[in-house]
Design a protein around this ligand. Structure first.
Ligand SMILES: Cc1ncc(COP(=O)(O)O)c(C=O)c1O
Length: 389
């Protein structure tokens, strides 16, 4: 125990459940048990070779080790070309900024948009940084409910007018981690009308537009009329191009928001490492067939896992998108953390308790699609043999 007194804020970030899961995993591995780790969303697919080549070529040149300070024209051109081809969205240079991963961007954007005590609207359940980001700058994260019988879409009219009028921004993200739901055009059109009415900024986290199933097309929030007037989108290269460790993402959209965010970020960041700027450009300019193939592979994994679980009596719905499956607890269980520990102990299958994504995540567990179909079948078989159902 340290004798120093640290910030109250720091108390919120103790390792918690993941440290316990990790410890338990190590123990099972020591016992020689077979582990199926579906807890962490780290892709096992390779980074496209043209990306690794661009990064490594650029990394050989000492000139690329200087502070970059800005996003280079070749990178901005790549982003503009990509958004045009992929989403039919026209962008200008001052509507684009690189960030060191969407996680970093979402941790910091509230510093640019909010004062202490301001309200931000975030989904429950939702990816944790959505609510932690505002809290880091003493803004208040008010949650909006996402319910399965509403397709996990928010009921915007249920948000009281006084909250909506005071809120600085609403964070939305589809396909959404962890609930694996996608949103349709009607939702985005209505969201924009609602945001204009309440004069509220929209931030769309588009981490999974390239991992979407059932013939759906992953879109950009900016492709809807009026979006750029009121919001920005985070587009991460992490999952689409298997670059999670490179920390490469973009904020694109409303130029005033991009500018204020750039001004704040420039206080703690001197620009993206130039070899990574080359890597982003290579990914966005290059062939996209590996992105499409990988989406089909994720869909096969998802169908195999969900189908195998349903066959053994666990009623898990197919995902609409993301690299996850959102599974209601089997009957007889109500505590997602206790269930996760028991499942791991009895079957070797490691999942993430839904409670880590907000109060409405309780009663569910999340499984990451990070193993090939044969292993997914084997994981389901291990669950069957464990008699936990
Ligand atoms: C919804 C969502 N947003 C953002 C991220 C983080 O992306 P990045 O690697 O760009 O920080 C993840 C990663 O799992 C995610 O699921």
């Amino acid at each position: 125990m340290s004798h120093f007194t640290f910030s109250h804020r720091s108390m919120k970030f103790q390792a918690g459940i993941f440290a316990i899961l990790d410890e338990k995993k190590r123990q099972l591995q020591k016992e020689g048990r077979t582990i199926y780790n579906l807890s962490v969303g780290t892709p096992d697919f390779p980074t496209p070779p043209h990306v690794t080549q661009a990064v490594s070529e650029a990394a050989k040149d000492p000139v690329n080790y200087k502070y970059s300070l800005t996003d280079r024209p070749f990178l901005l051109d790549a982003v503009k070309g990509f958004y045009q081809r992929r989403f039919s969205v026209e962008l200008e240079d001052d509507e684009i900024m690189t960030i060191s991963g969407s996680q970093e961007g979402m941790a910091h954007i509230a510093l640019a948009l909010c004062d202490p005590g301001d309200i931000v609207l975030v989904p429950n359940p939702g990816y944790p940084i959505f609510s932690i980001g505002p809290q880091l700058c003493a803004a208040i994260a008010e949650t909006y409910d996402l319910l399965p019988d509403k397709g996990y879409l928010p009921d915007l009219e249920a948000i009281p007018d006084d909250i909506a009028d005071r809120a600085k921004y609403i964070l939305v993200s589809y396909p959404l981690n962890p609930v694996c739901a996608a949103a349709d055009d009607e939702f985005y059109i209505h969201l924009i009308e609602w945001a204009v009415k309440h004069d509220i900024i929209v931030i769309h986290d588009n981490a999974y537009s390239d991992i979407i199933y059932g013939g759906r097309i992953g879109k950009s929030f900016l492709s809807y009329p009026g979006a750029k007037q009121i919001g920005v989108e985070f587009y991460s290269l992490s999952k689409s191009y298997n670059m999670t460790g490179a920390r490469t993402s973009l904020v694109v959209g409303n130029r005033d928001i991009v500018k204020v965010f750039r001004d704040v970020r420039s206080q703690f960041d001197y620009g993206m490492f130039l070899p990574l700027q080359y890597g982003i450009a290579a990914a966005l300019n290059g062939p996209q067939d590996s992105v499409r193939k990988q989406c089909a592979d994720y869909e096969e994994r998802m169908k195999t896992l969900c189908g195998s679980l349903r066959r053994i009596g666990w009623d898990v719905p197919d995902s609409e998108g993301t690299m996850f499956v959102w599974a209601p607890l089997p009957s007889g269980y109500s505590d997602s953390t206790a269930f996760t520990m028991e499942l791991m102990e009895k079957s070797g299958v490691i999942v993430t308790p839904g409670a880590s994504f907000g109060t409405l995540g309780e009663g569910y567990v999340r499984m990451a699609l990070v193993l090939p179909p044969e292993k997914m079948k084997a994981a389901a078989e291990a669950i069957r043999l464990s008699n936990i159902l």
